[in-house]
Design a protein around this ligand. Structure first.
Ligand code: AGP
Length: 621
């Protein structure tokens, strides 16, 4: 979604803003712009397309635009096309603003403004806020008061950052839902952004503004007040562990590839962060409020979107198998609007790598109103879900820059398995010996993943060969049963996201209930059939599609020659996998489907890390 950076201090604001916006590119955007105070006037440069266009505008200026105060924005279009006119910052008289989120009552506001004689220049909801501030300032209000009064007229979740030529060298930001974070620049000054990543080069002591906070940044420092009361509040910084080095591609051609290769470490770090190894239950969790919530739960409801929903679905399979506790898995965008029945004793768990997904967050808020206990599983400390759920478990995947989730998915499924083991021990559905065996198998995974990803592995070689044979495919079905079904869904989603191929994920047994009508020679069926209790049934389904002429890509055990013989292309799982329980093969399958999509996207020349139309954190409905 949209990215915001604001800076006031002794450095070149243009440089800080452009570098900061670069850190936000991963969120997805279609236009960009910056506004700078230059001799008490605000100069705006904006353009549709990539941030490089703005950089070029600056390069082309003969005289460098020196400024020590400004705001910048990357826009992900919601209201109005991705054009230069609709790009932020918007200037209305002496007021300039950038905005992230949606003004839900923008039509009413627009009508009122037009009746008053104003003429909005863009199609955006954002620009309207500038007119509201302008009108208040014309009545004599200060910038801060004007922003506060104007904000009270808005409906919806959004954040704005505003400047005015009437009060030079001052930035006012409001957080109302959409995140806004602030750091003090050790060289003097303040940096504001819509997420923490642009702030890391300045400081890791980051202040996450609360919902309803207003920050005033000047050369002297910053002050935070409550939007409603106007009273000053103290906000303590949170020390982030993420380092700026983690934001680097580390020699990989794309962040996505780097992040796929980080997965073995993600498992180890996450286990170290959440497991207390000094207890009888090998899946014992370090004491924290979330453990009590899990202990009390008679039923779980996992709520998520996209890839996180796939992780949750796998969680259902594991948790029910190991603990016997019933688990529902819900798409947040559906759940929130359908008057769901939530039985007493249910723990609602929001799974979200970003911790900012609007629909998942809204479900947790709704549950809080209903006094249903909530738990978050997130990768981002200080995120909205992490702060608003009753308790949170953090995955330790580190910053994920590629828009397509990979290592955060791995971390999420790990947490799901840990919940299964923890609750399984507690519920005594399985013997302690079985739980201990599961744990012993789990700790082998990082090593197996490293072997799987080693250059020269048969798996890697075959993925590349297979992708070469795909050039004219018209569409893909990913099929699997049992634990491979959520991976089939994830494989299809990854392919759609980054390679823009038509792709569907299906439970293999469902194909003959309709989709098989689509199968013909131009279609590719990717079958996930590792040696587990579902393998034989999946292979039968495969025979059905083979009879209809589809090209078949098999992913299975290296010595599964029967399966291999049915397939046109064959991606073997590393033979070392035979040493782990079939129930854990999802961990090994994940990089296969991720890399399959990655190489397909590279073959097609798409923008792997910043695929079109997508945003890293979806902060609007
Ligand atoms: C994953 O590759 C996608 N970008 C998307 O489906 C994502 O998983 C979804 O938007 C949910 O995001 P979250 O985990 O941050 O809540």
């Amino acid at each position: 979604m949209c990215g915001i950076v604001g800076y006031i201090g002794s450095r070149s604001a243009a440089d800080v803003l452009i570098q900061g916006l670069k850190h936000l590119e991963y969120r997805g955007y279609d236009s960009a712009g910056i506004a700078l105070f230059i001799k008490n006037q605000i100069v705006i440069e904006k353009s549709e397309g990539r941030l490089g266009n703005i950089e070029k505008i600056f390069r082309d200026k003969r005289v460098p635009l020196y400024s020590s105060c400004g705001i910048g924005h990357t826009r992900w279009a919601t209201h109005g096309k991705p054009t230069t006119k609709n790009a932020h910052p918007h200037k209305t008289g002496h007021v300039v603003l950038v905005h992230n989120g949606i003004i839900e009552n923008y039509l009413e506001i627009k009508k009122e403004l037009i009746l008053k004689g104003h003429t909005p220049q863009s199609e955006t909801d954002s620009e309207l806020f500038g007119f509201l501030v302008l009108d208040e300032m014309e009545l004599g209000a200060s910038l801060v008061t004007a922003v506060r009064r104007s904000f009270s007229k808005l409906l919806g979740q959004c954040s704005v950052v505003v400047m005015s030529e009437r009060e030079p060298e001052k930035i006012v930001g409001v957080r109302n839902g959409s995140p806004l974070v602030v750091v003090r620049d050790p060289e003097g000054g303040v940096v504001i952004a819509s997420d923490a990543q642009p702030l890391l080069p300045f400081s890791r002591e980051v202040i996450f503004l609360e919902h309803g906070d207003l920050v005033i940044a000047t050369h002297e420092g910053m002050q935070v007040i409550e939007l409603e009361s106007g009273l000053e509040v103290e906000r303590k910084p949170l020390s982030l562990e993420w380092s700026i080095e983690q934001m680097d591609k580390g020699g990989f051609p794309h962040y996505m590839l780097k992040e796929i290769y980080e997965q073995p470490g993600v498992i180890t770090h996450t286990l170290n962060q959440i497991l207390d190894r000094n207890q009888k239950n090998p899946f014992s969790l370090f004491p924290q409020p979330g453990v009590n919530l899990l202990n009390q739960a008679q039923e779980l409801c996992l709520v998520a979107c996209g890839t996180s929903w796939h992780a949750a679905l796998l969680g259902k399979y594991w948790i029910e198998r190991w603990s016997g506790i019933p688990v529902n898995v819900e798409l947040a965008s559906e759940f929130r609007y359908r008057d769901p029945v939530v039985r007493s004793g249910t723990l609602v768990i929001g799974v979200s790598q970003s911790g900012e997904t609007a629909d998942t967050l809204a479900v947790l808020r709704e549950m809080r109103v209903r006094r249903v206990p909530t738990l978050g599983v997130s990768n981002v400390r200080g995120s909205s879900i992490a702060r608003e759920a009753d308790a949170v478990f953090f995955t330790s995947a580190g910053p994920e820059v590629g828009v397509a989730a990979t290592k955060t998915f791995m971390a999420q499924i790990l947490v799901m398995l840990v919940f299964a083991g923890y609750l399984g021990f507690k519920q005594k559905k399985k013997s302690n010996l079985e739980i201990a065996q599961l744990f012993n198998e789990l700790v082998k995974i990082p090593h197996l993943l490293s072997q799987e990803l080693e250059e020269g592995s048969e798996m890697l070689k075959q993925i590349r060969v297979t992708v070469q044979n795909l050039s004219h495919s018209k569409g893909f079905f990913f099929i699997g049963r049992g634990y491979s079904y959520p991976l089939a869904l994830e494989g299809a989603l990854k392919l759609k996201e980054i390679a823009y191929d038509y792709a569907e994920g299906y439970a293999a047994g469902e194909l003959k209930h309709g989709p098989i009508a689509m199968i013909d020679q131009g279609m590719v069926v990717v079958v996930l059939a590792p040696r587990d209790s579902w393998r034989d049934k999946t292979v039968s389904n495969l025979e059905e599609v083979k009879a209809r002429g589809a090209m078949i890509v098999g992913i299975g055990d290296s010595d599964d020659y029967d399966l291999k013989n049915l397939c046109d292309d064959w991606i073997p799982l590393p033979s070392e996998n035979r040493s782990i329980d079939a129930g854990l093969l999802s961990f090994i399958l994940a990089p296969v489907v991720q890399l399959f999509s990655y190489y397909r996207a590279v073959q097609k020349g798409t923008d792997v890390d910043k695929p079109r139309n997508l945003a890293k954190s979806v902060t609007v409905e």
